[in-house]
Design a protein around this ligand. Sequence first.
Ligand SMILES: Cc1cc2nc3c(=O)[nH]c(=O)nc-3n(C[C@H](O)[C@H](O)[C@H](O)COP(=O)(O)OP(=O)(O)OC[C@H]3O[C@@H](n4cnc5c(N)ncnc54)[C@H](O)[C@@H]3O)c2cc1C
Length: 384
Amino acid sequence: MIAGLQFDPISLPPETETLRKEVRAFIAEEQTSGTLSQRNSDDDGYCPEFSRKLGARGWLGMMWPKAYGGQERTAFDRYVVNEELLVSGAPTSAHFVADRQSGPLLLRFGTDQHKQEIVPAIARGELTFCIGMSEPHSGSDLASVQTSARKTDGGWIINGTKLWTSWAHRADYMITLVRTSPLDKDRHNGLSQFVVDMKSPGVEVRPIINLRGQHDFNEIMLTDCFVPDSMMVGGEGQGWSQVTSELGYERSGPERFLSTFALFRELVRVIGPAPTPTEAAAIGRMAVHMMTLRRMSISVAGMLQEGRAPNVEAAVVKDRGTAFEREMPELVRLLMPTEPSRDAEVDAYARALGDAMVLVPQLTIQGGTREILRVVIARGLGLR
Ligand SMILES: Cc1cc2nc3c(=O)[nH]c(=O)nc-3n(C[C@H](O)[C@H](O)[C@H](O)COP(=O)(O)OP(=O)(O)OC[C@H]3O[C@@H](n4cnc5c(N)ncnc54)[C@H](O)[C@@H]3O)c2cc1C
C-alpha cells in the first residue's frame, strides 16, 4: 500500500505577527546603529555578538523549557524569528547549528548536567556547536563512519577524521558520531554520540576553502582525544537512532528555500514597478514557488509543535526547496542578463547574482543530498 504525504494546511497564529514586528524593529535598529551596521560585504554570516543579542531577547532556544534557559514558546514563534532573520540577511551562522540541532538533541537525550550547564548557555548565544557526522568515506552512507571511541578509565579515547565540518574552527563544542563497538551484522548498531570540547588535546582543525573563497568548513583530525564519560550523549550504541531524529529538525525550516531570497529581491528591484508580461510571469512563478514551500514548511513546523516526527514531509521540503534555490540564479540570469560578479564595488544586482551562483551548488548536498532525500521519501511512501 502506498502511504501518503501529509501537509496539514496551517496558518501562522495571529499573535506571531506581533513578534514579527518586534523582530523587524530589532533588525532595523541593528542595521542603523548595531552589530549589523558594522558588517562588511564579505562578511561570512558568523557573528557571535549578534547571536548573544538574540539570546538576550529570548530568540534562541525559544521552544525549550524555561528550566533550561528556554522560553517555552511555539514552533511558529521560532519560525517567524528565523524567517525574518533570513530574509534580512542577518548573520545566523554562529548560533544556527546549536539552536536548531544541538540544543534539542541534548534536551532529548542529554544528561541533567548537559541540560543544566550547556543548554542554557546555548540559549544565551554564548556557546557555539558544530556537527561531526561526515567523514572522508562516509557522507550519504553515514552508518559507515570509521572514527572510533575506545573505553578507558573515566572516559573514551577517540581517533579518526571528520570532514566538511561547518564552523568547527570557531565552535566551542562538536557533537560527533563515532563507533563505540566493532561492526556486527547490523551497521547501525555500535554507534554513539559525544560532545567534544574543541579545545581538547588531540583535536586538530584544518581549513577547507569553499567555492566562494571563504573558510566555513573544515577537516578535523581526532588523535587520541580523551572525552569524559559525562560527555556521551544518550546511551552507548544509541547513536544511530539519535542522529536520524536530529535530521528531522535539520531539513524543513525556511533556510531550505530562502537562501537565494536576496537575489529575488534584487531582481524585483531592477525590474521595477512596470514589468513586461514575461517578467511579471517569471516573478509570479518564483513568488508562488516560495509561497507554496513556505506553507509546506510551516505545516512541518506545526507537526513538530504537536510532537510528531514528519521526517518524510521534511525531506520533501528540503528536496523541493533546494531544487528551487538551485534553479533561481539561472532563471534570473536569463530574464535580466548581466555579468555576475562577486566584486563588492559592482551594482547590487550583479553581486547578488554572483553570490547566488557560487552558493547554490552546496544547498542540494549539505544536510542530505537530493538522491538520499528521495530514498527517504520513497521509503516513507512505501515505494521502496
Ligand atoms: C556546505 C556544506 C556544509 C556541510 N557541513 C557539514 C557539517 O557541518 N557536518 C557534517 O557532518 N557534514 C557536513 N557536510 C557534509 C554533507 O553532509 C555531505 O557532503 C553529504 O552528506 C554527502 O556526502 P558526501 O559528500 O560524502 O558525498 P557521497 O555520499 O559520496 O555522495 C556522492 C554522490 O553520490 C550520491 N549517492 C550516494 N549514495 C547514494 C545512494 N545510495 N543512492 C543514490 N545516490 C547516492 C549522492 O547523492 C551524491 O550525489 C557539509 C556539506 C556541505 C556541502
